[in-house]
Structure formats: structure tokens, C-alpha cells
Write a protein that binds this ligand. Sequence first.
Ligand SMILES: Nc1ncnc2c1ncn2[C@@H]1O[C@H](COP(=O)(O)OP(=O)(O)OP(=O)(O)O)[C@@H](O)[C@H]1O
Length: 272
Amino acid sequence: MKDTVDSYVTADGRTIGPVVMEMKNITLRFGGVEAIKDISFDIREGEIRAIIGPNGAGKSSMLNVISGFYVPQEGEVWYKGARRPAMKPFQVAQQGIARTFQNIALFEGMSVLDNVMTGRLTHMKTGLFAQSLWKGAAEREEVENREVAEKIIDFLEIQAIRKTPVARLPYGLKKRVELARALAAEPSILLLDEPMAGMNVEEKEDMSRFILDVNDEFGTTIALIEHDMGVVMDLSDRVVVMDYGKKIGDGTPDDVRNNQDVIDAYLGVAHD
Ligand SMILES: Nc1ncnc2c1ncn2[C@@H]1O[C@H](COP(=O)(O)OP(=O)(O)OP(=O)(O)O)[C@@H](O)[C@H]1O
């Protein structure tokens, strides 16, 4: 039912809209290695969609296809009802798709606020030339960008460290700053690359809460990849499971939890 209806309301009262992104028969090779083998799935507006799988399953490769870092040899990416041509990552970002990275990619010497401001770059219309001609527009833009950045900093409860250089922050907070920077782009789809990796239990709980709050408050569609099946089950509306580059499960957390192929993959049952 959920695959065909335009929109539906979840048990916790959130509205999940129609399909916003569709991966159709994606195959990605690195030389002789097929990292993704003929995988199709979709992402609906407003949902939290997880892609999970054991080590080497192809999750990062898939996230990199969505964000434009890799162009698949076969298959199509459809976004907002149109086939997306091969694009550079910055063009994908301009289309409203923001991401975080597994190995935090922040400017360590810059303050939290300045890092979050870099997330506004895709929104900056006034180039250097225009700025020199028309200072007023550039100033207005700066004020607007700062307001968005400050709102997100408040929302993610990192006001107290807004002036602190990122290098001085513990790992869990750096991950939160990275989330803030991605959100500053006001994305339609937010891609999270193993947002809970390397975190302790408390930090994982915090991150889960912020992901849920972002989705609820801003209505942001979220697609995340995660190694650990447990942490995403409570968080996600639907889950794609990959193993050895193939899709072995796709559905609600309960669907995939009861899927024998998924159970085998996580228990390390031998493959043909
Ligand atoms: N740039 C690359 N060049 C060559 N092979 C690659 C490259 N990136 C990934 N692979 C291979 O593609 C397969 C899928 O890797 P990928 O990193 O997408 O899996 P993953 O599910 O994200 O793994 P992990 O959970 O360990 O991060 C692996 O066999 C990997 O060795």
C-alpha cells in the first residue's frame, strides 16, 4: 500500500508525501568490482529512509551516487519527477541535496558559526563582482544567511559553543556541527553518512533525537546510511538493506527485521 499511495500519515502523526527521488536499476563498478548491482528504490517526501548493510555492502557507494560523487555506469536517478543528468556534486547540492560525511569534513580552525555559515554557500546569489557594485544586496544576504545559521545553531543546542574553534570540540559535538552545516543549506533531502559511527550510547541517543526533531520541525526528507542495524530501526520509516552490492530487503523496520535474507546477512551466513 505504502508503495502506491501518494501520501500517508505515520503512526506518530507525520505526513509522508509522494516519491521525491527514485533510483532505477543502478549499477556501479570500480574496475572489476561491482559495488552496486542493479538496485532500485525510492525516497518519499518527508520520510526518514535508511540504507543499511554489513561492511562492504555498497552503502557509501549508493550515498555517493545520490549526492553526485559517483555517476553509475547503468541506471537512472530521478529527482522531483525528472531524470537527473550526470551532475557535479555542487550542482546536486544546488538542487537541494545536502550531506554529511563519515569522516567529519569541517574546517577545524574555524568557529562553529563560521562552519555553519559555509553551509549557506549554495544560497549566495551575490558574487564578488556584484558585491563590489552593490554593497546593499550583499549585506542583506549576509544578514539573512546569519539568521538561518543562528536559528539552526539554536535548534541543535550548540549556542554555547558557537564561537569555539571546531578543533577544540569532542567528536560527538563535531558530528552535530556537521549536521548543522548541512541543515544550513535548507535542503529538500538531507543525506547522512553513518551519523552515529564512533559515538557512545549517549551521543547516539542525542543524535537520534536531533534527526527526528529535524525531520519533524523542518519536514526535511532524510536518507541515511548506517552500519549498525539497531540504531536505525527506531528512527526510520523505511529501510533498504544491501549486501554484497545487492538489495536484499526493502520495507518498514518490521518487514526487514523479519526478512530471512537480512537475518542471514547480518549473521554472516555464507553466500553461493
Ligand atoms: N573508490 C573505490 N574504488 C574501488 N573499489 C571501491 C571504491 N569504493 C568502494 N569500493 C568497493 O565497493 C564495495 C562497496 O564499498 P562501500 O564502501 O560502498 O560499502 P559500505 O557498505 O559503505 O561499507 P562500510 O560499511 O565498510 O563503509 C567494496 O567491495 C569496496 O571495496
